[in-house]
Design a protein around this ligand. Sequence first.
Ligand code: ZN
Ligand code: ZN
Length: 448
Amino acid sequence: MNVGCWRRIESLMAMSYFFIFFVFFTCTVADDSIVSRFQEYLKINTAHPSPNYHEAANFILSQAKSLSLETQTIEFVKNKPLILLKWSGKNPNLPSILLNSHTDVVPVEPHKWSHPPFEATIDQGNIYARGSQDMKCVGLQYLEAIRRLKASNFEPLRTIYISFVPDEEIGGHDGAEKFASSNIFDEMNVGIMLDEGLASPDDNYRLFYAERCPMWLVIKATGAPGHGAKLYDNTAMENLFKSIESVRRFRASQLDLVKAGVKSEGEVVSVNMVFLKAGTPSPTGFVMNLQPSEAQAGFDIRVPPVADQASLERRIAEEWAPASRNMTYEFKQKVSVYDKNGKPILTAHDGSNPWWALLEGAIHKANRKFGKPEIFPASTDARYFRLKGVPAIGFSPMANTPILLHDHNEFLNKEEYLKGIEVYEHILKAFASSHVETKKDEAIRDEL
Ligand SMILES: [Zn+2]
Ligand SMILES: [Zn+2]
């Protein structure tokens, strides 16, 4: 080989090194700005009881502007803005796609966190913040996927809406519930909606077709007050404890079904005591030689759509808070697991729902796996949309991630976040290009 030939090989090699370096450098810079935008959103403190909704709204609106999306700010209730974004499809007559996320997060106990919950610190690639899993990740991943689709000149056939709603963590009544029953929503002609799911500790994503419904129960016992030294029947405390024992027996029976592998978490009724309130306060704590005349306990109950909700209500009235034991009860939140025709609220997840196959295909295209469809063990805004007959799938692309929603030290790994964007890119491409005819959930339930 002559010298000239060597030179040419050398310069070709130098060019390819430069090219590889250039691609690597460009990707890293792009990834850094994607992660910075996520951090910016996480730093906005939208924790209850006083979420900073306006700052979150301004941030989302500025992102929407950079993506040339149409925007609408809707206040069904003053100071609780719902941001609705729109990317118009080439065929606006086809049913649209709705991507939903909530902007609020649950409160924190900051001193129990290893990193401050509203600083979005990155430690060993993990982004620590309240909302990193539940569910600011998903909201921004939708937008980042749209950014990439726009950059590749993709044009959706169907219109894509993206909603950022307030108040999910306190029941969604001033957010998704009002939105789903508004004329604005009816006019959107939504054919499929996506909402939140859960992280998965293994490498299978989790997909949800239904959810348990919350029944937040407070039971109250009354009884004659008396001397702290006297043993007698029917005290408020004794009456309450008989109920608590009964609740605990029921709880154990449900947990046993899960432990034995007979049912999954979403298929049993969960009941957890969340507060106890009793006693007569004194400047040093509580009066010790007085048996109180009232005692209360609160329970977070979650009921799967496959359970008999009416019989659970009978159990509450007859065993957990019977009038015969001087007890009363009230629900702080009670959501029916049935629709107006008495059918359980769920989204078809078999061949009758073409969206399901499109979603699974898109996840495979992104080289990811998923497990068997599940019932979401907690509650989401998806139920309001399912109630309107719209198929809804719960999905948060977080594999190989511990489940930390509502926990201390909530985090999401940076690479997992970036991977999720790619997954949504595939899903949106599949959904927005699809011509498939789809049925409303209500029609599918009628056939069941
Ligand atoms: Zn959530
Ligand atoms: Zn939550």
